[in-house]
Design a protein around this ligand. Structure first.
Ligand code: ADP
Ligand code: MG
Length: 672
């Protein structure tokens, strides 16, 4: 429960393109709307010369400021810069990505007139921070605990990096869970009353950047993941890119010009394509209308659903291959699958739905839960279970996951020795015993890999360990390497000599670009600094707004006939000069700070207050103190009405002492 002061745990779906946050409250899931009233928030962060924007504001800013608007951090997280995927994505991003000394990708932007560098974790942490703020505003209490979801196919380093992003955002990441499993939990809660006996359910999650498929069985409260498959680089953005390429070529054909060198034009075209793609999910034709797209040339065109499907044929085919792989791995006949659940915005594409219905031989697919919200939904349920909240509806739900990739060691000759095969139910512990190759060997280098290929060079290196051992004849030491995967799918490796004769020291040489504790702490501090800067900027904008409002209200007041007729020319001139000075200063001093605006506001009231006070007193029948008895005075009433209409704010902020109390009562009495 989220009563003020109580600790509440949230579920965050940190998406490639959109994120969603939900909470379990009053015996049900509540998806939390953001400050714009939207139920999902763009995973965008945009930097300008004086502020940092996250979410909807950042997305809106992206077409005018493309090189400093960052998105797709999830496509970078836990990857190396030299990763072919990063290299090909980099060509499409308008923002700059470079490598650090450890081959870690670093995003470079210009913020506050300075070059700033961020790893993907820092950008994701800003999105997480935003999701936290959204929930705090909604719940009216501080939020710390969260369950964050990741694609089931995320590898070890991507999971760790996501956890680090949570830590930078100041969250206590209770658990990282797989997106399709979270969707399955949502399905389980929704269908609880209908599930009788064993039910096999296929979850198809096609989002902006990833495809995740899972086959699960539901039995009573037990949700067991059987198999998973997916692609961490297949989703809506890929479909958008195909459409962008198509229109870039069309523009080139029509105008003999290539717009690819212009990030703003490309960004505008990409937005239009994404919109057209959504239109094609319900219409068979979509139009693109972009005025002055490139060098003053307008671009008007259209695309049919058939053309869109043709452009993405291979991607859709790839989706189906992964669906098939998941079903084959489970050794289950597809006719035994009771439900196919659609998750992710791209699962709305009619062709994708058609292919799924054809494959499973069904006439219907399950879309009982909003595909944009299902993952956050399940994450919120899981968060409430982990925080020990009691609810009959969810209390006994038990989720059992499997490993997405095989984990193993490198054998002699670069061969992969699998220790934990993929699709093994977790948590799990498995080990492998090996020995030395040479006489008197004093250290052994152990390489830990993940992946399905026979040769390690095609798999993903997770880390290296050096074992220091005393010299023994070849083949004598019995070294046991133990792989333990915890509930979150995170791997812990330990090494022991079977007979305990050898005392071994394990050193981690390469942690694959993961942020160190010190780096995370530094980023937490930086994040606090950024937050303080955002706050300072907000206050400054508010102060500027208040000053501008004050000046215009004042001008309206003295231009009003009733008031104007009571002011001397000299007084009017004095006030007008003060207003002109402020408005002129506002026009040229964009970089001013909160204090400056407040100072000018005081100057303005210095000119305005005495004149206004004098007027009030002049109106008073007794000509000295203004007393409540003057309420009956029609002239006074009329004047106050005008004052209330035009300068309510000015009155509040300029009049002091007893008079303000009196004026407020009068205004309160005469306002409708
Ligand atoms: P992620 O979790 O990867 O951020 P989402 O599940 O939020 O992704 O889905 C976002 C993707 O879905 C975007 O690429 C968006 O263009 C796409 N999308 C949303 N609605 C539709 C629709 N009606 N038709 C086709 N694609 C859609
Ligand atoms: Mg998603």
């Amino acid at each position: 429960m989220a009563a003020n002061g109580e600790r509440v745990a949230i579920g965050i779906d940190l998406g490639t393109t959109y994120s969603c946050v939900a909470v379990w409250r009053n015996d049900q899931v509540e998806v939390i709307v953001n400050d714009q009233g939207n139920r999902t928030t763009p995973s965008y962060v945009s930097f300008t010369q004086n502020q940092r924007m996250i979410g909807d504001a950042a997305l809106n800013n992206a077409s005018t400021n493309p090189i400093n608007s960052v998105f797709d951090a999830k496509r970078l997280i836990g990857r190396k810069f030299s990763d072919p995927m990063v290299q090909s994505d980099k060509k499409l991003w308008p923002f700059k990505v470079i490598a650090d000394d450890n081959d870690k990708p670093i995003i470079v932007v210009n913020h506050n007139h300075k070059e700033k560098r961020f790893p993907a974790e820092a950008i994701s942490s800003m999105v997480l921070e935003k999701m936290r703020e959204i929930s705090e505003a909604y719940l009216g209490s501080k939020v710390k605990d969260a369950v964050i979801t990741v694609p089931a196919y995320f590898n070890e380093s991507q999971r760790q990096a996501t956890k680090d992003a949570g830590a930078i955002a100041g969250l206590n990441v209770m658990r990282i869970i797989n997106e399709p499993s979270a969707a399955a939990i949502a399905y389980g809660v929704d269908m609880k009353a209908c599930i009788r006996g064993r039910r096999n359910v296929f979850i198809f999650d096609l989002g902006g950047g990833t495809l995740d498929v899972s086959l699960l069985t539901f039995e009573m409260e037990d949700i067991q993941v059987k198999t998973i498959a997916g692609d961490t680089h297949l989703g809506g953005e890929d479909f958008d890119n195909r459409m962008v390429d198509y229109f870039v070529k069309e523009f080139q054909r029509k105008n003999k010009m290539d717009i690819r060198g212009d990030p703003r034009a490309l960004r505008r075209l990409r937005f239009a394509c994404e919109k057209a793609k959504r239109t094609l999910s319900c219409n068979t034709l979509a139009t693109i209308e972009l005025d002055f797209l490139y060098q003053g040339i307008d671009f008007y065109s259209s695309i049919t659903r058939a053309k869109f499907e043709e452009l993405n044929k291979d991607y859709f085919q790839k989706c189906m291959e992964l669906v098939e792989k998941c079903v084959i791995d489970s050794k289950m006949d597809k006719s035994n699958i009771h439900d196919v659940v659609l998750v992710g915005g791209s699962s709305r594409i009619p062709k994708v739905r058609q292919l799924l219905m054809d494959f499973f031989g069904r006439k219907d697919l399950c879309n009982r839960i909003n595909p944009d919200e299902a993952v956050a939904h399940g994450a919120a349920v899981h968060a409430s279970i982990l925080s020990g909240e009691f609810s009959e509806k969810v209390q006994s739900l038990l989720l059992r996951e499997v490993t997405p990739l095989s984990l193993g060691l490198e054998k002699h000759g670069g061969i992969m020795e699998t220790i934990i095969p993929r699709n093994t139910m977790i948590p799990t512990t498995m080990d492998h015993v090996f020995t030395t190759h040479f006489h008197n060997q004093t250290n052994i280098l152990i390489h830990v890999y993940e992946g399905e290929r026979q040769t390690t060079r095609h798999n993903n290196l997770l880390g290296k360990f050096v074992l220091e051992i005393p010299p023994y004849p070849r083949g004598v030491p019995q070294i046991k390497v133990c792989f333990q995967i915890d509930e979150e799918g995170i791997l812990h490796v330990s090494v022991k000599e079977k007979s305990n004769r050898i005392n071994m020291k394990v050193t981690i040489i390469n942690d694959k670009g993961r942020l160190s504790r010190a780096e995370i702490e530094r980023m937490v501090r930086e994040n606090e600094k950024n937050k303080a800067e955002d706050e300072r900027y907000k206050k400054k904008v508010e102060a500027k707004n208040a000053l501008e409002n004050y000046a215009y209200n004042m001008r309206n007041a003295i231009n009003d006939e009733d008031i104007s007729s009571k002011l001397s020319l000299e007084d009017k001139q004095k006030i007008n000069d003060a207003i002109d000075l402020v408005l002129k200063w506002l026009g040229i001093n964009d970089a001013a700070e909160q204090d400056d605006f407040e100072r000018y506001s005081k100057d303005l009231s210095k000119a305005f207050d005495p004149i206004m006070l004098k007027m009030i007193k002049d109106l008073s029948p007794t000509d000295n103190d203004v007393t409540p008895s003057t309420v009956g005075n029609d002239k006074m009433k009329r004047w106050l009405q005008i004052l209330a209409k035009h300068t309510l704010q000015a009155v509040y902020s300029t009049l002091t002492g007893d008079i303000i109390g009196f004026v407020c009562t009068v205004i309160g009495d005469i306002l409708p």
